[in-house]
Design a protein. Structure first.
Length: 192
């Protein structure tokens, strides 16, 4: 069995993230509390999604760096946001999509913890994308931060009803985006 290094963690990495000793992590695995895979060399590896689920079920703080999907048909803004996030938060996994169809595919592929979503896009609009993210059990956990250059109170109500946490008015301050994504503390540890 081959392992995607980005998706699997060693017992020591899990222990660091959950603030316990590696021995505790091994005991959880032996008792079947935290599922583990075994490498060809006999070493345990833990799926990040399983570690996150385990931590949530037990109300444990965990420090797994969130992953972000930026969705906007404006290539210049999309590329700026990707670069800004990558340089602001060390180790942040950032993906991008140019439309609602690509966003749907990438949400299923990467299961990001944060989706920064433009509402006005050709084809599948952001409200539909947000609704589908929130209705799917494997992606419903995603924190959706919507954005638009055509803000109205009615649109804001539709977006919030679809499951977004907030609708930002373009143009918005980059630091405001970090706050709404819950990344402001991580950003202080970043490269700035």
């Amino acid at each position: 069995m081959s392992f995607d290094e980005n998706q699997y963690l060693t017992p020591t990495e899990v222990a660091t993230l959950l603030k316990v000793s590696p021995v505790t992590v091994r005991q959880w695995a032996q008792k079947g509390m935290l599922p583990a895979q075994t490498t060809a060399g006999g070493h345990r590896r833990f799926d990040k999604d399983e570690v996150e689920r385990f931590a949530r079920e037990r109300n444990m703080g965990y420090a797994i760096t969130p992953s972000v999907l930026v969705v906007d048909d404006d290539a210049q803004l999309k590329n700026y946001l990707v670069a800004f996030l990558q340089t602001s938060v060390d180790g942040l996994e950032v993906h991008s999509a140019a439309d609602g169809f690509e966003a749907g595919r990438l949400v299923q592929q990467y299961k990001p913890s944060i989706v920064i979503l433009d509402i006005m896009m050709p084809g599948v609009d952001g409200v539909q994308v947000c609704r589908s993210i929130k209705q799917e059990s494997t992606t419903a956990h995603a924190h959706v931060v919507a954005m638009t250059g055509h803000f109205t109170d009615i649109l804001e109500q539709r977006v919030i009803a679809a499951g977004a946490a907030v609708l930002l008015k373009k143009p918005f301050d980059s630091q405001e985006l970090l706050v709404h994504c819950g990344l402001q503390e991580a950003a202080t540890l970043g490269k700035h």
